[in-house]
Design a protein around this ligand. Sequence first.
Ligand code: F6R
Length: 613
Amino acid sequence: MCGIVAYKGPKNCYPILIDGLHRLEYRGYDSAGVACLNDGKISITKRRGKVIQLEQGLKTDGKFQNCDGPGIAHTRWATHGKPNQINAHPHKDQSGNIVLVHNGIIENYNPIKKFLKSKKIKFKSETDTEVLVQLIGYFFNKGKLNFEQSVRAALQRVDGAYAIVVLNKKEPDVMIAARKGSPLVLGVKDNEFFVGSDISPIIKHTQQIVYLEDSQMAIIKDDEYKITSIDKDVSLPKKVEKIDFKIDDYDKGKFKYFMHKEIHEQIDTISNTITGRAKKDRVYLNGLLEYWAQIKEADKIFITACGTSWHAGLIGKNLIERFAKIPVHVEYASEFRYNKTLIDNNSVVIAISQSGETADTLAAIKKANEHGAITVGICNVPGSSVSRETNCGIFTRCGHEVGVASTKAFTAQISILYLLALKLAASNDAISKASLRSHLDFSENIKKIKNVLKKENEIKKIALKYKNANDFLYLGRGLNFPIALEGALKLKEISYIHAEGYPAAEMKHGPIALVDKNMPNVFIVPKDKTYDKIISNIEEIKSRKGKIIIITDSKDKILRDLANDLILVPKTNHFMFCHLATIVLQLFAYYIAVGKNLNVDQPRNLAKSVTVE
Ligand code: F6R
C-alpha cells in the first residue's frame, strides 16, 4: 500500500507532487506528506487525513509556490504505527540530513531499532520506516560512506519488502530510489526525473519509463542517472520503455462518488471489454496467442486472486468447467503463494487483478513462474506488475477504477472469463458452433443493464429500509454463489455492516442459527434448474421470521408472496443474469452506505491497491 511520487528537475516540485499524490491516493489515505530540498534545507509538511488536507496545509503555509530542489511525497496506509501526523511520511534521520518515503514493510525493524538506540539514536515515530532512514543516517553521519554507499549499506541490512526514495541535504544534487518486493517506476525526460509507485503520477509528464526490477536502485545525480543492483555499484543496462498509455483525469461528472459513476459505466466497460473479442462464432483473445497451443491443452487450470477478483475467479471456475470441461482450482493468492499447490510446467495459472499491483497475487505469479507454469494475467492496468510478470494476458478495458470498492472491474473480469471459457470450449470441440454463436451474441443482453440502472430509485428505497440492520446474509446457488459473496463484500466494505455470502442450501449448516426477525437475507434467484430448491431455502428462512429480499428474473407469484422486498431484473441468459444481479447488489450496498453518510469512495481502513502482504 502507500503511494510514492518524487521529482527532480528544474520545475517547482510541489504541484507535480501533489497532483501525483491525488493520483496515488487509491493506495492509502490515512495521511500524506511531502519533503522538498530548498536552499540547502529540508522542508517537510505532513497532514493526517487526505491529500487535499496536505494541499491546503501547503497553501496556507505559503510553501506551494516555490521549491527549486528535488522533492518526495507519500500517501500512507498505516502498517506500523497509528495513522497520525507523526507517523506520516516523509521521515528524517536524527541529524536531519536524510529524508525518506517508503512503501512496504521492514520486517527486521525491531533488532535494527535496538541497535540504533544503543548508539543513542532517538526515534520520533512508531514506524518501521523511521528505522530505515535512521540506519541510512547512521552510516552517512559516521563520515566514511557517501550518500549512495550509505543507502546501499542500510538496504543490505534490512529484510522485507520496500520501495523507497531518499534525499540528503548534504548531497542535494542526488536522489536515490530503490525497490525490493514493492514496485517502483522511474520516468525520464531530458533533465527531469520522476519516480512513482506506478506510472499514474508520471505518465502525463513523460512516456519514457524504466520499470525498476527487484533489488535495483536508481541513482539520479545532476542530469544523469544510473541503474545498479542494491548489492553492487555496477551500472546495469537502462531498459527505457515507451509507454503509450493515457490516464484519464479524475472527474466524477454528474455523480457525487466515483463508485456511483463506475456502477453506471458498466454498460460501456463490459461492451469495451468484449468488443472485437467476440465475433459471430469466434472468440479472439490476441494477448494469449503466443501461448494458446499450450493453454488449450491444459488438463487443469489454476486461478488465483484476492478479494473481488477472487470472486470473479470462482465464476471463471464454474464457466470453464461447464463449457470447456477442464477442472479448475481457485485459490486465494495469499494461500497459493505458501500452500503446496500442485503446479508444474504443464499447468496454466490465471491471475486476476484489477490494479495489477496486489502483493499476494504477484507473489503467486512469481511462484507459478518459478514452477514453469504458463501464467495468464487478467488485469485492468496496462504496464502494471501483473501485466509484466505474467507470460501473457488479457486486459479488462474499464479505464481507471477510482472507488475503492471494485465494481466495473468485476463485471469486466467475469466477461473475460466467459470469453475464455467459450474459447477453450471451442478449441476442444466441447461446444457447437450454433451454441457458441448464441452465447457470443451479447448485443441485446448488454442493453438490459440499462433497465436495471433505471430501477435505481426502487433499489434505493429498499436499501434505505435496511440501512440500520447489523447483519446480512447473501444467498445464491451455482454461478450466483460468488455473486452472493461479492454482494456481501460490497456491503461490508462500504457500509461497515457485517454481511456473509453462502451457497443458499449451505445456510442450513450453521448460519441459519443467526436468523431472527431483524436479519435481512438477500436471495439471488434466477429461474433456472435450482429455482425450486432455492424456494425451499427461502421458506426455511421465512419460517424463522428472517426478512427476505429477492433479486430475480421471475414474475412468479410465489416469490412475491415470500419476499418482503423483490427486485425484478429483465429476462436474459444465466451469465448475463449474474451481471444484472451484481449491479443490483452494488447499488443496494451503495445506497445503504450513502444512507449512513459514509464516504463510499474511501472506506475506512481500506486501500485500492494492497501492495503489502
Ligand atoms: C473489493 C476490492 C478488493 C480487491 C482486492 C484485489 O471491492 O476492491 O477486495 O478486489 O484487494 O485487488 P486487485 O483486483 O487489484 O488485485
